[in-house]
Design a protein around this ligand. Structure first.
Ligand SMILES: NC(=O)C1=CN([C@@H]2O[C@H](COP(=O)(O)OP(=O)(O)OC[C@H]3O[C@@H](n4cnc5c(N)ncnc54)[C@H](OP(=O)(O)O)[C@@H]3O)[C@@H](O)[C@H]2O)C=CC1
Ligand SMILES: Nc1nc(=O)c2c([nH]1)NC[C@@H]1CN(c3ccc(C(=O)N[C@@H](CCC(=O)O)C(=O)O)cc3)C=[N+]21
Length: 306
């Protein structure tokens, strides 16, 4: 059966389009009211997965009516220079949101950079204050991939309350925030990582299995409970049988799709929703900035005031 006509595939495209259509309406209104949204992407060095992400950010931002600007820095830049650049963007009233693409070179502490982004401009929800809010069930500005993955699970219509969920991978940007988002929805959550004794034993118990590791075909059919929902977050580049580079996830989709009731394709699953949520977060950030601005200066046209 082809990828497009198998109802087991939980596709991200339609969800992403829905989100982007709503963002587009919001952005048009904000623009007309003198608050044009603008997203800045910071890339340090070169990584394939980042290039794909940034390319899609630019395309979808354009579609949604959000200004997009990429700032690329060489891998040799110092942490201090990057922090100074971020402070400049924090102070620029035309900049709504800042995303720092991961990974950054080893000599740059990513946490310091994430903490340097002003919380009001933190469209990825990675500032310690933003990520802390998730623990308090304040979920409107969650890390994009985590929010995208949960959004796709909701497409199954499964009741999340009491659902047995297993997450493989516990990074700060994906696995951990997914665990918090799902706990707040009432799911029972198990988190596996490289020290877990038997990932397979846990995975086989899951009604919903999230995988964010970065290893192609890590999850095989015998690790999946029949009827489960499998959310494959991995984005890995590899050379296919035809000698061409291709993007694959962390799940052995060809075998797992016969066992699972739902499975997300890669590409075409979580990825497109991640981009859409980044844009939606940009609008959330803008509305917070406007609320603060209007509380300070009244509702006068901001650009006229500058
Ligand atoms: N679709 C999207 O929008 C996005 C996709 N991604 C993709 O998701 C994947 C994961 O990304 P990210 O979370 O940033 O990666 P990290 O490398 O930061 O984290 C990987 C996690 O997997 C765990 N792990 C490693 N090996 C195993 C194993 N054999 N069994 C179980 N757990 C293991 C690690 O555990 P430990 O720390 O204990 O070693 C770690 O928690 C990548 O393919 C990335 O490209 C990432 C962001 C967005
Ligand atoms: N701070 C930070 N946050 C991230 O969320 C982050 C990051 N850094 N660094 C890189 C990874 C990777 N990532 C992707 C997101 C979407 C697609 C995407 O849109 N993929 C499409 C298109 C794939 C294609 O064109 O081949 C799809 O899966 O269908 C890809 C990759 C986010 N990441």
């Amino acid at each position: 059966m082809s990828l497009s006509d198998d109802s087991r595939y939980l596709k991200g495209g339609p969800v992403a389009q829905r989100i982007i259509a709503a963002v587009r309406e919001d952005a048009a209104i904000a623009k007309a009211e003198g608050f044009p949204p603008k997203l800045i992407s910071i890339t340090v060095g070169d990584t394939d997965a980042v290039d794909v992400y940034v390319r899609n950010q630019r395309a979808k931002a354009e579609l949604a009516g959000i200004d997009f600007e990429e700032r690329r820095f060489p891998a040799t830049i110092t942490a201090g220079e990057l922090e100074a650049a971020i402070h400049g963007l924090n102070a620029d009233p035309r900049v709504t949101g800042i995303i720092i693409q991961r990974p950054v070179p080893a000599h740059i502490p990513i946490k310091t950079l994430q903490a340097a982004v002003h919380p009001l401009k933190d469209v990825e929800g990675m500032h310690p204050a933003s990520i802390g809010n998730i623990v308090y069930n304040q979920l409107d500005l969650a890390p994009c991939t985590a929010a995208a993955s949960v959004e796709l699970l909701k497409e199954t219509g499964l009741d999340l309350r009491g659902l047995e969920v297993v997450i493989v991978g516990h990074s700060e940007i994906v696995g951990k925030p997914i665990a918090f988002l799902l706990m707040s929805e009432g799911a029972t959550v198990t988190v596996c990582h490289h020290m877990t004794r038997s990932v397979a034993a846990h995975a086989r118990r899951a009604d919903a299995l999230f995988v964010a590791v970065g290893k192609p075909r890590l999850i095989k059919a015998d690790m999946v409970k029949p009827g489960a929902a499998v959310i494959d977050i991995g984005i890995n580049s590899e050379i296919g049988p035809d000698g061409q580079s291709r993007v694959v996830g962390d799940v052995d989709t060809d075998s797992v799709r016969h066992v699972a009731s739902w499975i997300t394709p890669v590409p075409g699953g979580v990825g497109p929703i991640t981009v859409a949520i980044l844009l939606r977060n940009t609008m959330v950030a803008l509305s917070r900035q406007r609320a603060l601005y209007e509380a300070t200066y009244g509702t006068a046209d901001r650009l006229a005031a500058e």
